[in-house]
Design a protein around this ligand. Structure first.
Ligand code: ATP
Length: 226
């Protein structure tokens, strides 16, 4: 199992837990969508998997290592993290942004040929969609074993989101384990093999993506809070 959490708890300060009880698994070659309303605990789960917030309870394993392991051991986990912030340096050229990654510039451009004509321009001149291609291309060119993608589609048109998800799907097909947090629920379900739905920090649905495709009523049902 490339990614697994078992009864994960995440707490900020002394307040209520943001994540109460999340157990999930992602295998290599699989895209798993982590869905749920705002504040359900999706980002907190991703942050715990990336080792950015400690687990207050339960366990988190990525590539067989605890995310609480020292950094030099966690490097071997091969985590590719794409956060909502994107981390594109707008004053640097596209090429220099790609050089900041651990992969090669040409691998990133092979993944997103759309960036070719812009490679010597400042990244700040790219559209939002192109900037996200840059961020995703940089992460995937490093050949991670695990991709944690939080809100890949934030503020982007559905046609761009589909393009990005196609690249994510291709990465999974080449053996990456992908955990995808996504507001575009229908597009995420199209791209995913498996779906978890969180509500108030807990897993309330765990099942294959296929039965949810083209089933808006079934999806709406998962989001109902009762
Ligand atoms: P969204 O889609 O809005 O990002 P989410 O499902 O990703 O939602 P989280 O961001 O994980 O949910 O938030 C879960 C809960 O934890 C929320 O109640 C939120 O207010 C709280 N929370 C998140 N980050 C922090 C933080 N840094 N400090 C304190 N509370 C936080």
């Amino acid at each position: 199992m490339a990614i697994s959490t078992d009864h994960l708890v995440v707490r900020y300060g002394a307040g209520n837990a943001a994540v109460h009880d999340v157990s999930l698994e992602v295998r290599r070659g699989e895209v798993v969508a982590l869905l749920g309303a705002n504040g359900a605990g999706k980002t907190s789960t991703i942050h715990a998997l990336a080792g950015e917030v400690p687990a207050a309870g339960g366990t988190v394993l990525v590539s067989g290592e605890k995310t609480s392991a020292p950094l030099h051991r966690r490097v071997r986990q091969g985590i590719g993290l794409l956060t909502e912030e994107r981390c594109v340096f707008t004053g640097l050229t596209v090429r220099d942004n790609l050089r900041l990654g651990r992969g090669s510039v040409s691998d990133a451009l092979d993944l997103f040929p759309e960036l070719h004509d812009h490679v010597d321009r400042p990244a700040g001149l790219l559209s939002g969609g192109q900037q996200q291609m840059l961020a995703l291309g940089r992460v995937l060119a490093a050949r991670p074993s695990v991709l944690l993608a939080d809100e890949l589609s934030l503020g982007l048109a559905p046609v761009i989101v589909q393009r990005l998800l196609k690249a994510v799907r291709a990465a999974a097909d080449s053996g990456v384990a992908v955990l995808l947090v996504e507001q575009h629920v229908h597009l995420a379900i199209e791209a995913a093999d498996h779906v978890y739905v969180l509500r108030r920090g807990k897993v309330v649905h765990d099942g294959a993506a296929a039965p949810l495709r083209g089933a808006p009523d079934a999806i709406a049902e998962l989001y109902l809070d009762r």
